[in-house]
Ligand binder design. Structure first.
Ligand code: NAP
Length: 248
């Protein structure tokens, strides 16, 4: 028996990296998968085909996570196209890093809108469906940086810390309706982006992690699978760190 058979999931920002790994793992585990992308149109179209090969319903949507009415439209389309919505993964995110001295208002607003407002947008839009069916699992991607802070990432850290407060508040408000809300805080995850960095720098990051390696998108997807599945039906309001012990 697959862990997500009969469930429908929406993953935002799945054209690459962690979102891509989550979409693949969920389809492999029998979920119908809806996902979004914004600029990577070709990658989105390819992913839709790849997911379909698992024999589940798969559909990609080009949708800007920071746009409130686009999120409403997205959730309506997912429910109409795939028949239901059980799992919502807010993964879409960006960075615009610089020291606060150089961080202008546009850089602040953009990161807060894409990373934090987006979570409000989709959760608000999915609420009616979750309340009606008296179940739902919300999983929001935060970061160890949202717990600890990071020089040069004041906007990103604030958006990720905001996600933690939002996730816990939703858990408190909606637990009585059997709607769960949890967050995942990845540490250093090795993706295409980190492949481009200087190997010596990356190795020094790995050496500083108790498990002595960077994480993979799959490590994060495994945690999302656990939180999405019925293996975690008594877990809500939590932030699970997937960081190899980095923040210990
Ligand atoms: P990534 O490779 O940069 O992918 C980001 C995804 O988000 C892409 O699919 C992108 O789609 C999508 N996206 C960006 N802006 C969007 C928007 N306005 N509307 C809809 N989709 C949008 O990122 P990642 O490294 O996999 O990270 C995924 C999540 O984990 C993020 O929330 C990130 O903050 C968090 N995280 C990552 C790490 C890490 O080490 N990688 C660590 C901690 C936390 P397009 O390509 O189509 O624009």
């Amino acid at each position: 028996m697959k862990l997500l058979s009969g469930k429908t999931a929406l993953v935002t920002g799945a054209s690459r990296g962690i979102g891509y790994a989550i979409a693949q793992k969920f389809a492999e585990q029998g979920a119908n998968v809806a996902f979004t992308y914004l600029s990577s149109v070709e990658k989105g179209e390819t992913l839709e085909k790849e997911l379909g090969e698992y024999g589940i319903k798969a559909k990609g949507y080009r949708s800007d996570a920071s746009d409130f009415s686009a999120a409403e439209q997205l959730i309506n389309s997912v429910v109409a196209d795939l028949g239901s919505l059980d799992i919502l993964i807010n993964n879409a995110g960006i960075t615009q890093d610089t020291l606060l001295m150089r961080m202008n208002e546009e850089m602040w607003d953009k990161v807060i809108d894409v990373n934090l407002k987006s979570v409000y947008n989709t959760v608000k839009a999915a609420l009616r469906t979750f309340l009606k069916q008296k179940s739902g699992s919300i999983i929001n991607l935060t970061s160890v940086v949202g717990i600890k802070g990071n020089a040069g990432q004041a906007n990103y850290a604030a958006s990720k810390a905001g996600i933690i407060g939002f996730t816990k508040s939703v858990a408190l408000e909606l637990g009585s309706r059997n709607i769960r809300s949890n967050a995942i805080a990845p540490g250093f995850i090795e993706t295409e982006m980190t492949d481009k960095l200087d190997e010596k720098t990356v190795q020094s990051w790995r050496d500083a992690i108790p498990l002595k390696r960077g994480g993979s998108p799959d490590d994060v997807a495994d945690c999302a699978l656990f939180l999405a599945s019925d293996m975690s039906t008594y877990i809500t309001g939590q932030v699970l760190q997937v960081d190899g012990g980095m923040l210990t």
